[in-house]
Design a protein around this ligand. Structure first.
Ligand code: DQQ
Length: 578
């Protein structure tokens, strides 16, 4: 039996009563009795990641305030210093020179003044004039109201930015009866951007009834903030907008740009983490900085939610970008929650990892973003394995030998010729449902073909990441899936199959897949970064050197592997691996 089924389970949006005063609306499951429970030290640790970010123990969630300063990357993150479930939240802090190897520092921001005494929740960093970083974050006050605070580095000549001091003017923004902001739905300030009028702007996530809102504030000095009459954007029926992010992307090219840039050369991206769906959705559109309005090309109100773009179609939430001015790129960081039971998280003593930081840019079509693991992660690659071009006949399965299969980076590309063999799809179906209905075992004309990872010798366990080609309305439609349904003999895990359609023209392009495999995570990039799916899996047999990887084709028609490159991955320095 899992703790999920015990009396400690409280529903999402739980109202907890602190000191008998007012409730906190929590966005995470709240298990009061487990918040300070230490782990079972005898538990073997097959699921700790070797190169995906995680601290040595305890719970983590959202990446906060990423920034680059004096040659160092700073990552802050929501952290429970006392246990493996959400609670006691502080801003933990790590630094890196390459976004791959991380050194831990002491927590940067923790409850210390009335305006954050009940918690230091998510927020963002902004580099102010004179290269001075500032952090805006949500504090939970003694009334359990969500308010916005500022903190500055104590010593700007310390590149580690170890100590942060809070303004005595906190809170800078708070819900009042005049501004009619909902005190339990007012959180996660973005990085600031400068308008042409010289004023800073930020947005803060909120909701009114079920309308999700990006509340806009403006300021001349980053201290005194005035709420704008109109939000930057809002959409009915979307619920609470957590961790909004708003930034420009160049119309052409891969370089990132400063968050304040607005010109004819850029489009703008608004990302919101929908609390009701627990997914990160993004809209591409135009930002008019005179009217302070963002108009998406395709918005939540015009489209079905399944047709709104997501950063990742797997387990992924509360992401945030920052502009890396040293390398002129925009970097995206995201939180990947566990898919194991709370009882198992308590046993292993930790919960939550981050994805490999991804560089993002606008695809030349202007219709979607492209994401690719930062190039620095390739420093971990060793012992390359390469295949010559290979035909993969229907029903064939080839082991990819020579790599440490539980800790690997695999790139594979397929060429598909007999397009007319593809299955006809009569009506549009939610791709995630299509992936789980058809899974890995249902054969079709073209597909499934792809990779089996974390496979045990007898295939009692495997996770498959694959493509399946359909003909829909006389055109090819490519389905990209990550099927966890056979990933573990331990059935206490969430084994939901994930999937999305992917915009690849298979008549003229190869169909590529890259998977970053790391003990309990498979982070996959389809179509050269057009779609990402991150899965958490907990095999019981296919662990460490017992894990295998295969290329497979379970369709009836041959496909050609035009490229297979695989590497074992070295361990990164992750705050002291256990
Ligand atoms: N996590 C934080 C909130 C945010 C949520 C609390 C998103 O600030 O809205 O840990 O995961």
């Amino acid at each position: 039996m899992t703790i999920l089924s015990t009396m400690w389970l409280m529903p999402l949006f739980t109202f907890i009563y602190v000191n008998g005063i007012l409730p906190i609306e929590a966005t995470h499951h709240v298990y009061r009795n487990l918040q300070s429970l230490s782990s079972d030290d005898s538990f073997k640790q097959p699921y700790r990641t070797a190169y995906h970010f995680q601290p040595p123990k305890n719970w983590i969630n959202d990446p906060n305030g990423p920034l680059s300063y004096k040659g160092l990357y700073h990552l802050f993150y929501q952290y429970n210093p006392k246990g493996a479930v959400w609670g006691n939240i502080v801003w933990a802090h790590s630094v890196s020179t390459d976004l791959v190897n991380w050194t831990p520092l002491d927590p940067a921001i923790f409850p210390s003044q009335p305006s954050d005494i009940n918690g230091c929740w998510s927020g963002s960093a902004t580099i102010l004039h004179g290269n001075k970083p500032a952090i805006l974050y949500t504090g939970i006050d003694p009334m359990n109201h969500q308010v916005q605070n500022i903190a500055y580095p104590k010593n700007l000549s310390d590149p580690f930015l170890r100590e942060w001091i809070k303004s005595p003017k906190n809170p800078l923004m708070e819900p009042t009866s005049e501004n009619k902001i909902n005190a339990s739905s007012f959180r996660d300030p973005t990085s600031g951007w400068l308008g042409k009028d010289g004023n800073w702007r930020i947005i803060i996530g909120s909701k009114r009834n079920t309308r999700g809102i990006a509340i806009l504030y403006k300021s001349k000095d980053f201290i005194n903030w005035i709420k704008s009459k109109h939000p930057l954007h809002s959409a009915k029926g979307t619920g609470m907008w957590e961790c909004p992010d708003f930034f420009p992307v160049l119309k052409i090219g891969r370089f990132g740009v400063d968050t304040s840039l607005n010109s004819d050369d850029v489009r703008h991206v608004l990302k919101v983490s929908l609390d009701d769906k627990k997914h990160d959705y993004y809209l591409i559109g135009t930002y008019n900085d005179e009217k302070d309005k963002f108009v998406p090309d395709k918005g939540f109100e015009e489209e079905n939610i399944e047709q709104i773009l997501r950063y990742d179609y797997g387990k992924y939430y509360a992401s945030k970008t920052f502009f890396d001015d040293g390398k002129n790129r925009r970097i995206l960081l995201g939180w990947v929650n566990e898919s194991s039971s709370v009882a198992d998280d308590i046993k292993k003593g930790w919960s939550g990892i981050h994805t490999i930081p991804r560089t993002i840019w606008l695809h030349k079509s202007g219709k979607q973003l492209i994401q690719w693991p930062v190039v620095e992660v390739e420093k971990l690659r060793v012992n390359p394995v390469k295949w010559p071009t290979k035909i993969l006949k229907g029903g064939e399965l080839f082991p990819i030998n020579g790599v440490t299969a539980a800790q690997a980076d695999v790139e594979i590309s397929f060429e598909v010729n007999n397009i007319r063999e593809a299955e006809v799809l009569d009506k549009w179906t939610d791709p995630q449902i299509l992936c789980s209905q058809k899974g890995t075992s249902v054969k079709s004309g073209l597909g499934p073909f792809g990779l089996l990872v974390f496979a045990s010798k007898g295939l009692q366990e495997f996770t498959s990441v694959f493509f399946r080609i359909f003909i829909y309305q006389q055109k090819n439609l490519v389905l990209f899936c990550s099927d966890q349904s056979r990933s573990s003999l331990n059935k206490d895990n969430d084994m939901t199959t994930y999937g999305t359609f992917i915009d690849v023209d298979i008549l003229h392009e190869k169909l590529s897949l890259r998977s970053l495999i790391d003990h309990s995570v498979v982070e996959s990039f389809g179509g050269e970064g057009k779609a990402c799916i991150t899965s958490r899996v907990y095999p019981t047999l296919a662990i460490n050197d017992k894990a295998l990887i295969y290329a497979f084709n379970n369709g009836t028609t041959n496909v050609k592997i035009t490229r297979l490159s695989a590497w074992s991955m070295k361990k990164a320095q992750l705050n002291g691996n256990l």
